[in-house]
Design a protein around this ligand. Structure first.
Ligand code: IMP
Ligand code: ZN
Length: 371
């Protein structure tokens, strides 16, 4: 066996990142460089832009607003997207689904369309430069902006999906879970799915059983779906009377994007040992470790793997199995899933770690909520 520590192994492991918000995924190196070039960050200080210790969820949202003051022009959105992609690639992320809320900022000339065009250009430039990562984009709906803006986002996403031959692949639903009701957006979700967009929905980040149940009852079977966070989906906590939620998640095998550091720093979970990641992983339900915002929460994806490995005493083979299991949940084709498996297989040969036996039957290949 190659002589690498588990921490180093987590870094080298080929991974997929499925839950990363653009504006919260900056690196400190990037911000320092931006500060050096522009002289200031539109009045925002560097220290205000990340959570150094656990704080209530609301504090995170205060940081997100400050970030939106910093990233306001086409140029910064381009540079941010480009650097975020490069940084994930350096962390051996081989496939990234990057999400962002298109901004309309008349003072800087930014429109939602230019915002999308800029992200797409950065992805294509990284591709041309040979950055070793496949990137797909999700258009975010911010639940603070209401249903009418969400409809604009669906039109935008569909247009960009068509004009980029699927580089834009789906939609994210996010924003402060205390604002509005996710079930108001059900017609928007169904419309997006009808147009061929895949959906990743922030659900049950806090205990909101009613809206979670309504959304799942309406969308399961009609959308290709993943759940962001899903902290309060499972029934073992104070979830009595809402068992249908877990039943739907299990029945439709809806993948859960687990953001361990983000949840701990936002105080929705007490510590890594009590994170719902483990509950779903033990059930062999699809669950994917993700960063959420590697800048705000100060974590690389490899840190997330290492954190879980330490907490649950996982070895190299466990980590390989875990990474392998995440590939089925990407919003891309079976061919791309197979390419990721091949990359992981080569890595295992190099690291002299056994590659798990996988059943690549049709049933195994298309695992979840697809219609
Ligand atoms: P952006 O969409 O690229 O601007 O990324 C930041 C945005 O993502 C925030 O303003 C929120 O709308 C959303 N976001 C980031 N983290 C979370 C989260 O933990 N819960 C809900 N929404 C989030
Ligand atoms: Zn998120």
């Amino acid at each position: 066996m190659a002589n690498t520590s588990i921490e180093e192994f987590c870094r080298k492991l080929p991974k997929v990142e499925l839950h990363a918000h653009l504006n919260t995924s900056f690196s400190m190196t990037f911000l320092n460089e931006l500060l050096r070039k522009s002289g200031n960050l539109n009045g925002v200080s560097l220290e205000d832009l990340h959570l150094a210790e656990a704080k209530p969820l609301a504090e995170g949202f205060a940081i997100f607003s400050k970030l939106h003051q910093v990233f306001r022009t086409e140029e910064t959105i381009y540079q941010l997207t480009h650097s975020v992609i490069r940084e994930f690639a350096e962390d051996n992320v081989k496939y990234l689904e990057l999400r962002s809320t298109p901004k309309h900022i008349p003072e800087t000339g930014l429109t939602r369309d230019i915002y999308m065009q800029t992200m797409v250009r950065a992805v294509q430039d990284c591709q041309k430069e040979g950055v070793d990562i496949t990137v797909r984009l999700l258009v975010s709906i911010d639940r603070r902006q209401g249903v009418e803006v969400a409809k604009i986002a669906v039109d935008l996403a569909e247009r960009w999906m068509k004009s980029t031959q699927g580089l834009v692949i789906g939609m994210d639903f996010s924003g402060d879970p205390k604002v509005g009701d996710a079930s108001d957006y059900i017609p928007v979700f169904l419309d997006a799915a009808r147009r061929g967009l895949k959906l990743s929905l922030h659900l049950a980040e806090i205990p909101l059983y009613k809206e979670t149940k309504k959304v799942l009852q309406a969308c399961c079977g009609h959308c290709v779906l993943r759940i962001g966070h899903g902290t309060f989906l499972h029934r073992y906590e104070s979830n009595q009377g809402h068992e249908e939620i877990e039943d739907l998640v299990v029945q439709w095998k809806i993948p859960i994007e687990a953001c361990v550091t983000s949840n701990i720093l936002s105080k929705t979970v007490n510590g890594p040992g009590s994170h719902h990641f483990w509950y779903w992983h033990r059930k062999q339900h699809p669950v994917i470790l993700c960063t959420d915002g590697k800048g705000v929460f100060g974590c690389l994806l490899s840190d997330e793997y290492y954190r879980v490995a330490k907490e649950f005493s996982l070895g190299r083979e466990d980590l390989v199995s875990m990474a392998l299991s995440t590939f089925d949940s990407i919003f891309e084709s079976d061919d791309l899933k197979q390419r990721l498996r091949d990359i992981l297989r080569s890595f295992c040969e190099k690291e002299q770690v056994a590659f798990p036996n996988i059943n690549t039957s049709k049933e195994k290949m298309s695992t979840y909520c697809c219609v």
